[in-house]
Ligand binder design. Sequence first.
Ligand SMILES: Cc1cc2nc3c(=O)[nH]c(=O)nc-3n(C[C@H](O)[C@H](O)[C@H](O)COP(=O)(O)OP(=O)(O)OC[C@H]3O[C@@H](n4cnc5c(N)ncnc54)[C@H](O)[C@@H]3O)c2cc1C
Length: 497
Amino acid sequence: MNETVLPYDMVIIGSGAGGGTVAKELSPLCARGAKIALLEWGGFFKKEQNTRDEIGMAEKYYFDQGGFQTTSQDMTLAFARSVGGTTSVYTGTSLTMPEEVLNRWNVPGLTMNDLKPRFEKYIRENNVHLHPPEEINENNFLFVEGCRKLGWHVEQFPVNTRACRGLGTCNLGCAVHAKQGTAAVQIPTAQKNGVEVIPFCRVERMEGNDVIAQIIPPQFGQDPSSLKPGSYRFRADQIILSAGVIHSPTLLFRSGLGDRLPALGRYFTCQPALMLAGEHPRPIQNSEGHPKSFYCDEFYHSQHFLLETCMYFPFTFAKSLSGFGEELDDLMNHFHHLQMILVLVMDEAESHNRVRIDRKGNPLVDYRFSQRSKQAFVSAMKASARILFSAGCRRVHAPASDRFLIHREEEAQIDELISLKYFKLGKIAISAAHLMGGCRMGEDPRTSVTDSWGRVHGQKNLYVADASLFPAACEINPYLTIMALADRVAEGVRLSS
Ligand SMILES: Cc1cc2nc3c(=O)[nH]c(=O)nc-3n(C[C@H](O)[C@H](O)[C@H](O)COP(=O)(O)OP(=O)(O)OC[C@H]3O[C@@H](n4cnc5c(N)ncnc54)[C@H](O)[C@@H]3O)c2cc1C
């Protein structure tokens, strides 16, 4: 096959939280003559292309429309393809990882002293702030009310919006570009400084210093790539792989590095999630306004879960309920009465949970729920049901219950009605959006894939800079931690170039 060879000093693969950050941090080198390319499979969505149409936008942004299934088919994973990666569809909640979790990661040199200034940089750059009360909707305030009545600790999420209009469709791409993802902040700076951003560029594999890629025709009315469709070989002194938790290990496997890196793809974690809904006797303001303003960490240490406010769109919500027919219809008809809570379980990093590839080189994810995670889900559902009733709901839908709806009069029986025996994997809609691991950092090449600067063991010029670096879950919403690690990787690349 004819391949056009293009020489570069540095090539970055993937433009999400990791890749977009690396591109910006390396971009000052362009002034000294460095040639840097940022290759991205997806295209750039202009504001007016973010139409807020649930089904259409899910198809345009997400791999497998947001429903990539694990091999056991009891969980779906959401991750996106676009300039900006999954930051184009994230909610923008901006937390820095707890120091106790970083200490448990136990990666030599990776300390809070090292990461803190990096966190602070992106908190400033991305306009992280607390939304004022007048911008917070009732769905969120009712969560606070429910938690406080129960005496449970609740915190407000800092978010990274600018001129947010409260459209509520953050996860379908913001129609006013209010979220400060990498496509809004870091990538424009990188471009201004001279980094070439090449959309619709699907990388197939790496061969030594070469990145083998296909330029594909543009989709969805987006601007095409600057390069003509066809096969390309980007030749680079340094390659930084930021294709995300599913595709970074996939590309390393496809490049034949699986045999040399026994930990490749392993220790995948994802903070698996499910949602509960409670119905109020009256309509509440739920779908307008930023969807996620508060979280409850009361059970974080003792029972390994977090509860967050959430508000999903009708299709996503309906497919997340464990029921059908009249009951489902009835609840959907009360959509504007609904308060929603997202349960996030803090899963442990286990070697058997992993990304691997099939015979054609496509990614597969094996994931087994531990007993601790199952128990955490059940405890979290009980806690969420209590919050919803305390906030005034008259009926609550909890996926692992013996009935579709628990009525307020049954509140005292929550412990019997929601139980492990009703927690049936495959029948409950569990999804994950916080994918982590697969190219974990560490010192030992038997249990890690990169060193603490993101350099792949045994590979002089190959780095990883995305959420796949996490040795274990970061136990909060991860994007700021990914950016901080990517900043550190960029520093290592600069020092060695
Ligand atoms: C709905 C949703 C809401 C979220 N909300 C929050 C939130 O509020 N706060 C938070 O902290 N986190 C949130 N997250 C998680 C956060 O967005 C991700 O953890 C983060 O974006 C991951 O960064 P990354 O760089 O690892 O990968 P990504 O951002 O996924 O970027 C990877 C990029 O690589 C590209 N790519 C993959 N393969 C190739 C290839 N072969 N060739 C070229 N390019 C390739 C992809 O197209 C993609 O653009 C959310 C996630 C989802 C799905």
